[in-house]
Ligand binder design. Structure first.
Ligand SMILES: [Zn+2]
Ligand SMILES: [Zn+2]
Length: 130
């Protein structure tokens, strides 16, 4: 007796299973196949949802916020530059490889703006003394 041939989909009891989920080992039918790419091994819908949640968990909201505040610090406002500096450093530490560029860009903008502001203030004071 071949068990695999008689296996039914865990979600569709009326359909024959076409594969076994490599993650949880449950049977699933063609309709339930979920693949990350065409040549990837299919997983069941439950594991697919878990996988997606796991990869979507670090949503990058912190990194995006860092980038936004970094861009906002382009406008002369010292407290914002300080907040951007702190936010981007935290975002950089907590970032994944994919969204690391955001806090790096935010941090770069903030540092650049801060240096420019210091230079402008310095020049202003030099010239105003004359
Ligand atoms: Zn599964
Ligand atoms: Zn199914």
């Amino acid at each position: 007796m071949n068990e695999g041939a008689n296996a039914r989909c865990a979600r569709h009891p009326d359909l024959a299973a076409s594969f076994t989920c490599p993650r949880c080992g449950s049977f699933a039918c063609v309709d339930c196949e979920r693949r990350a790419s065409l040549d990837a091994a299919p997983v069941c819908p439950a594991c697919w949802a878990v996988n997606r949640q796991a990869t979507a968990a670090p949503s990058g909201a912190l990194q995006t916020a860092g980038l936004v505040v970094g861009v906002l610090s382009l406008f002369p406002c010292c407290p914002l530059a300080l907040a951007s500096l702190a936010l981007n450093i935290i975002a950089l530490v907590k970032s994944t490889r994919e969204n690391r560029w955001k806090p790096i860009v935010g941090l770069s903008i903030t540092i650049l703006v801060s240096v420019l502001q210091v230079l402008f203030v310095g020049f202003y004071q030099i010239f105003s003394k004359r």
